[in-house]
Design a protein around this ligand. Structure first.
Ligand code: GCU
Length: 698
């Protein structure tokens, strides 16, 4: 038996050698679990640091385990006080790293190691964070499911959890999660869905929150919870949850006190109120300010904050894109200073492309924070390779003209234009129990990019992609055969980076170019559904409401003579957007209802241009497939095959998008598909049928 086994192993080894011999890479299959923190071949380093705290111990350990600088160099870690260092920022000095906080030292260590691994210079300089609070929002439910999650179940909550026991697997995962976040500067996390269950505030759940907080704390991460506004009645048994009712006020005060007695450094609450069926202060005739302030008052004595979401609907205004601004602007100046209004990047809902929300650069007396969506609800779930940093860079660099030119969204939210008590940025997480954390190897890049931009909102997506690729795939470089190692940059890094940087525009092109938005099939938000107009559903939940296609043209008229959403922007933007001739074409159908025969900048008709965009998007995915096939020798087998198969699926689904949209809109334009565009390969009737089954990604 033993000999048979030995023989079997020998054959297997020979086979493996044969397989690996055909490739440049000879590392074993890799599931992506290491993220961008691949174990390093470290060399010895001496560390001078007097502190012994948990954070500093981690900082020291990271240096010892990953140092790739000069052998036996001495690095000093100094917690001091330097006025030029802000918050958890740090300074590289001639002797090491200096910071005003211990977390600052940890971030400095991660940056130092990152620069070593990516061959970037380390010189005397100060690195301050753009935002004070850099926070993930998990849309995780207490039963372990994740709303809009595409990477398995929650890492925090479990369905079959009768007891709240913390297993060793739980602790290991939470620690790995904390380390990954700290390595990119993320310092806060909301552990549960904004569509919150009241039971999250019950004692068994709070005990589990404590267990999680204890693991995250040494990595500088604060824990927050989403709360349901009606918790006083649903959990506390009160007759009302009216924010001005004394018993309700008292209930929240006691609840907050209880939380802080369990988790003394608890961060605060995130609230979705009066939105998509969630309860809120308006149910009692009160305003968002009344609701937010009541919670803020309860949290204030403990240093907690309220992140109050501006993702609301209003029946007063017929244009969904205007509603958040319409509700919140009149309340500017009425919020307590520990309230931050959390605003989605665009006025509607995380679409592949939206102009920035006009609330950025509007409220001057209130802290406002951007909310980005890392999980790819509207950008291909964990099937499609879409690098979102390009989208976020576009947002952060958008000029609001609040205080004249240069008032970018980045500067309107990071406190550099007008003082905010708190500056913060949130990202809806794409993390689950999947071995590779995010469902798609390249979706990890979006988690990474969020952290990096939250730390430095001036970074380019090019730089972030470069860093991430070097960190995530360079471990395989060490094991490459020399002939491959020498041209890794040219043959792997550059083409793959290029693919990442083009991927978001490609997705816009094959899904909804030229300002089209929200033409997804209902619920799953994966495939196309421009034809959907179900009866009994609110109009602004149907694609036909958004594209308004007719025989004249297509697009939503938000001009001064239309819904007048343009007027929510400062000049010169309002006039620029208002005029069809000056409106940037990427937003054309967002702001205008445009004739099919309208001449675009290219000289083509709108119809021809639309067809061309769909076609270009699809062809780009074909190019991505070719790019990836060509880098096979540089990638370990497991990640290569996984990405290859997902790209195949992406191509298939992009073809569905293109065919569905061109054929559907053609019913209105009644114009031929231009000859330089590949003809659809599917039939509209067939596509309209299959979309109903496309719930498998959710
Ligand atoms: C989107 C998403 C919902 C989510 C909501 C929100 O509408 O589809 O699942 O709850 O955004 O941000 O609150």
């Amino acid at each position: 038996m033993k000999r048979v086994f030995g023989l079997y192993m020998l054959v297997l080894a020979v086979l493996m050698m044969h397989v690996l011999g055909c490739r440049g890479v000879s590392v074993k299959g890799e599931d992506g679990h290491y993220l961008w923190l691949y174990p390093q071949h470290a060399v010895p380093v001496k560390i001078l640091c007097s502190g012994q705290t948990a954070i500093l111990s981690i900082a020291k350990q990271e240096l010892l385990q990953n140092w790739r600088g000069k052998e036996n160099a001495t690095v000093e870690l100094l917690v001091g006080s330097d006025k030029l260092i802000k918050g958890d920022g740090y300074k590289f000095t001639a002797t090491g790293i200096q910071a005003n906080t211990e977390a600052g030292i940890l971030y400095g260590v991660y940056e130092l190691l990152r620069r070593q691994q990516t061959n970037q210079p380390i010189q005397n300089e100060i690195c301050n964070p753009s935002y004070e609070i850099r926070i993930l929002n998990h849309w995780d439910n207490p039963d372990g499911s994740i709303e809009r999650g595409y990477a398995g179940h929650s890492i925090f909550w479990r369905k079959e959890q009768d007891s709240m026991d913390v297993t060793s697997e739980d602790s290991i995962r939470w620690k790995e999660y904390a380390r990954a976040n700290a390595s990119v500067g993320i310092n806060g996390t909301v552990l549960n869905n904004v569509n919150a269950s009241p039971k999250i505030l019950s004692r068994p759940y709070l005990d589990r929150v404590k267990a999680i907080a204890d693991v995250l704390r040494p990595y500088g991460i604060k824990t927050f919870l989403s709360v349901k506004f009606s918790s006083p009645s649903m959990l506390g048994g009160l007759k009302t949850s009216d924010p001005l009712n004394p018993e309700v006020i008292q209930w929240w005060k006691e609840k907050v006190k209880e939380i802080y007695s369990i988790i003394p450094d608890f961060g605060g609450f995130l609230v979705k109120a009066n939105s998509e069926g969630q309860p809120g202060p308006q149910d009692f005739g009160r305003t968002h300010a009344d609701g937010a302030n009541m919670l803020a008052d309860a949290l204030k004595p403990f240093g907690g904050i309220v992140m109050w979401r501006a993702f609301v609907y209003s029946s007063e205004d017929k244009d969904r894109a205007r509603q958040a601004y319409a509700e919140f602007m009149p309340l500017d100046g009425q919020f307590r200073d520990n309230v931050i209004i959390q605003v989605k990047n665009g006025p509607i809902d995380f679409q592949p492309r939206e102009p920035f929300s006009p609330l950025f650069g509007a409220m001057k007396k209130t802290s406002v924070m951007p909310e980005l969506q890392i999980t790819q609800e509207y950008l291909g779930h964990s099937v499609q390779l879409v690098f979102l940093a390009a989208m976020w860079e576009e947002l952060l660099k958008s000029d609001t003209y609040q205080e004249g030119a240069g008032s970018t969204v980045a500067h309107c939210t990071d406190g550099s234009i007008f003082p905010q008590k708190y500056s913060a940025i949130a990202g809806v997480a794409n993390i689950g129990l999947d071995a590779n954390w995010c469902g798609h190897q390249f979706a990890q890049a979006n988690w990474y990019a969020f952290g990096r931009l939250a730390w430095n909102n001036q970074l380019t997506s090019e730089k972030i992609a470069d860093e991430w690729l070097r960190l995530t795939f360079s471990a395989s470089v060490d094991s490459l055969k020399p002939e491959y190692r020498n041209n890794w940059q040219e043959h792997f890094l550059l083409p793959v980076k290029n693919m990442m940087l083009k991927s978001r525009e490609a997705a816009v092109d094959y899904m909804m170019p030229l300002g089209l938005h929200h033409i997804f099939a209902a619920n799953h938000h994966y495939g196309p559904g421009p034809w959907e107009a179900p009866k009994g559903v609110r109009p602004d939940w149907t694609p036909v409401y958004y594209h308004k296609a007719d025989t004249f043209g297509v697009g939503f008229d938000r001009t001064r003579t239309g819904s007048n959403a343009v007027s929510q922007y400062h000049e010169p933007l309002a006039s620029l957007f208002n005029n069809q001739a000056t409106c940037p074409e990427i937003y054309l159908l967002w702001f205008h209802h445009v004739s099919w025969t309208y001449r675009m900048n290219s000289g083509r008709s709108l119809w021809d241009e639309l067809c061309l965009h769909y076609d270009t998007g699809l062809k780009q995915v074909r190019d991505f497939q070719k790019t990836w096939d060509e880098v096979q020798p540089y990638v370990d087998e497991q990640r290569f095959l996984e990405v290859q198969s997902k790209l195949r699926e992406q191509y298939h689904d992009a073809q569905i998008w293109k065919d569905a949209c061109i054929l559907y809109f053609q019913q209105f334009s009644r114009l031929p598909i231009p000859p330089d565009v590949e003809q659809p390969v599917n039939k509209l009737e067939e596509l309209m049928k299959i979309k109903r089954n496309m719930t498998y990604h959710n």
